[in-house]
Every structure is written in structure tokens, then in C-alpha cells.
Design a protein around this ligand. Sequence first.
Ligand SMILES: [Zn+2]
Length: 184
Amino acid sequence: MSKYCLLTNDVETHSIWFNTLRDETGVKVLEEGMPLLLEIYKKFNIKSTFYFVGDMAEKFPDVVKMILPFGHEVASHGWTHEVDQAFDVLSFEQQKEHLMRSKNILEDISKQKVVSFRAPALRVNQHTPRALIETGFESDSSVASQRFDAFLSFGGLKKLNWLRAPRLPYQTAADNLFKKEMVR
Ligand SMILES: [Zn+2]
């Protein structure tokens, strides 16, 4: 059996250096980061998935448009990367609203159907699977299976669930992204 791996990218204005969201970082992503990354992927003939934050796509639509000629997938990284609006603190209705807003803007810009999601900072709660289903998403990549991240990032305690999450892709339980749906 041949081995494979998936390379995916979150595209956002979060500056690691300043630990905050900055438009200057968006400009850097657009002018420096993305062109370089796209060139590397092209060189090795890699097709990837890019998870864009919705409000960044609204401010910098060209950052979405530039991946289209290469055949990569456009996906959603939520509406905003603000720490106080992460999916683990949003209600069910708010999650659906963030998902729809980001899906709509990304589909408008890319003319692709957007069906893949990764939560900002990988923070999710029990409402997230249902919110995703009801807004037409088909895959989620918010669970970093087997990774130990506790206390090193926001929402660290919930991320302990990663340690027991299945390693290979799975059909999620309707109220718990960390668990496989029971086969009936
Ligand atoms: Zn992110």
C-alpha cells in the first residue's frame, strides 16, 4: 500500500509575532507568503486545501483568487479569528451564521462549492457538527488527532479530547466531533 499525506493551509491575518490580528499580516500573506507557497506546490505538483477566514477573504479577495488557477480547494476557516468569537464559545445559531457568512463570501469569490471547514484555533463544541451539517459542509478538519496541545493554546482543556480521537478519517457523531458515530 502506498503512503500518502494531506497538506492543508489556514489563511488568516493572525500575526504570530504580534499575537494579534493585523491587516499588515494580510498584505504580507497576499504579496509574499502565498506566491511563495503556490510556487512550491506547483513545483512538486501538490494539490492542497486552503482554509480561508471569511473576513480576510472580504478584505483581500485576491488572496482567494490567486489559488484558483492551480486547482486547489477553497475551504472555510470560519468568519473571524478573534479569540472571543471562537466556535467553542459561540451558540448553535451563531456558529451557523459564521459558517454561512464565510461560505457565501468564499463561494462568491471562487465560484467553487465550499464544503470543507476547519475551526479557527481548532476550537469547537458540541454544537459544531450539527451547525456544519445544516449549512451544507461535508468535512471538518478541526480535530488534530493524537496531538497534545493542552495549555499551549486557547481552549486547551477541550483539546485533550484529541488524544482519544480516531486517527484515520471518520464519520463524526452528531454532537461530538471528537468521536466516531456508532455503527448501528
Ligand atoms: Zn487559524
